[in-house]
Design a protein around this ligand. Structure first.
Ligand code: HEM
Length: 423
């Protein structure tokens, strides 16, 4: 296997390209889908861990779906990010996202109880009133940073309320999740040495786990109707979550729940600003078009760019390629969501697109996003409120993008609109 890339191929580990030239990344994916859909890439050299063996890139929709459907052949338990980390590290940060059955199934059964449609229906009013309050807070000003003042606050407040965390802890959670998913970005982790990055990740994780440990102990003594109470009291087949499992699931939930929906909303505002015809169409029928518009925002923005799997045995085939045991296989959702064999004119943003079989919430399989219903509801409500209250909202400066090939993040997005009075 070659150890270097062909000279004309963009290195998918080049984080500066992702932040500064996202168009070149999409061109690279288009070429890979056409010419080399399962291409091998080297891994960057790490000061702490040396250089990993490299990874295979699945860029076609069909191949991403196929790998997701076969967790027995392409597992998650050896890590779902590209660099290899110790198992304890993966489980501490990733909880069940980095596990295989039977442990994954057991954890998912316990935590799913907090995410039933009935439970989420009960929150409908909360999502609406939180969104209204957030838009109210900026409406009179005529301009704001859409990410930090609107998009980030809605999922953050929802998850904090859902879990039963005091609002006073909101800011601390925001900062810690920014660090965990912004490890490659100097705005969140100024010390960009490998040691600095590891220290920042572990510190942020331990602080989040410490917070939930205290809350968990309190709720065990005095349960309420929040998710932490449900998790500390839940029993499946006579088993409960251990304090470590609770801490890790909490980290996964606040990270996954915050950093993804926030970016979907920010990208959605950016896309609508670039396509005013689509914005006008949606504004004319906010509820009627929300189901297709939300899916199209998730497809076009693909907030989670990839997850990784590892081949569990020799001789496993996908798309005509034979994998060997231990091969790292990266599922590039961003590329799959622009696959021209599945999506008609994939670069067109069309809020009425049907069908829209995107893999923005993951491919079909046991790890499909647990929060997909909640995320859809949050995005729907955010846009209903923005389109109604600030109908001429538009982007006034280029987005500041996160330096990452894992999260398609916008860190800051300046917007302007005609001021409107508080309601
Ligand atoms: C637009 C918003 C979101 C996007 C794009 C997104 C994306 C994803 C993706 C791609 C996966 C698949 C992981 C894999 O296959 O390895 C996933 C899993 C997961 N997501 Fe989301 N997510 C979003 C919102 C949320 C929210 C709001 C929550 C919770 C409050 C959440 C919680 C989770 C959890 C717990 C998993 C792990 C499921 C498992 O391993 O069984 N996500 N998400």
């Amino acid at each position: 296997m070659a150890t270097t890339l062909p000279p004309d191929r963009l290195d998918l580990s080049n984080l500066d390209a992702w932040a500064e030239r996202p168009g070149t990344v999409d061109e690279t994916f288009a070429r890979l889908r056409a010419e080399d859909p399962i291409a091998w890439f080297p891994e960057p050299v790490s000061e702490l861990f040396g250089q990993g063996p490299g990874f295979w890139s699945l860029t076609r929709h069909a191949d991403v779906v196929e790998a997701s459907r076969h967790p027995d052949l392409f597992c998650s338990g050896r890590g779902t990010n590209i660099p290899d980390m110790p198992t304890e590290f993966n489980e501490f940060f990733g909880s069940m996202i980095n596990m295989d059955d039977p442990r994954h199934a057991r954890l998912r059964r316990i935590v799913s109880r907090g995410f039933t449609p009935r439970q989420l229906d009960a929150m409908r009013g909360d999502v609406e009133s939180i969104a209204a309050g957030i838009v109210d807070d900026v409406a009179e000003r005529g301009a704001c940073d859409l990410v930090t003042e609107v998009a980030a606050l809605l999922p953050l407040r929802i998850i904090v309320d859902l879990l039963g965390i005091p609002r006073a802890e909101e800011r601390a959670i925001f900062d810690r999740t920014n660090v965990i998913l912004g490890l490659g970005d100097p705005e969140y982790v100024p010390d960009q040495t490998d040691a600095g990055i590891m220290t920042a990740a572990i510190t942020a994780g331990q602080e989040l786990a410490g917070l939930v440990r205290e809350l968990g102990e309190a709720r065990q003594r005095d349960p309420g109707d929040d998710l932490i109470s449900a998790l500390v009291t839940a029993e499946v087949d006579g088993e409960k979550l251990s304090p470590e499992e609770l801490g890790s699931f909490f980290i996964l939930l606040v990270v996954a729940g915050n950093e993804t929906t926030r970016n979907a909303i920010a990208h959605g505002v950016h896309l609508l600003s670039e396509h005013p015809d689509q914005r006008d169409r949606w504004a004319a029928d906010p509820d009627g078009l929300a189901p297709t518009a939300v899916e199209e925002i998730v497809r076009c923005s693909t907030p989670v760019i990839h997850f990784r799997r590892t081949a569990t045995r020799d001789g496993v085939h996908i798309g005509g390629h034979e994998f060997s045991e231990g091969d790292k296989v990266v599922l590039w959702y961003r590329s799959a969501n622009r696959d021209e064999t599945v999506f008609d004119e994939p670069d067109r943003f069309d809020i009425t697109r049907t069908p829209n079989d995107h893999v923005g919430f993951g491919g079909p399989g046991p790890h499909f996003c647990l929060g997909a219903h909640l995320a859809r509801r949050e995005i729907t409500v955010a846009f209903r409120e923005l389109l109604r209250r600030l109908p001429d909202l538009h982007v006034s400066a280029p987005p500041e993008r996160l330096r990452s090939n894992f999260i398609n993040g916008i860190k800051h997005l300046q917007v302007e609109f005609t001021p409107s009075p508080r309601t």
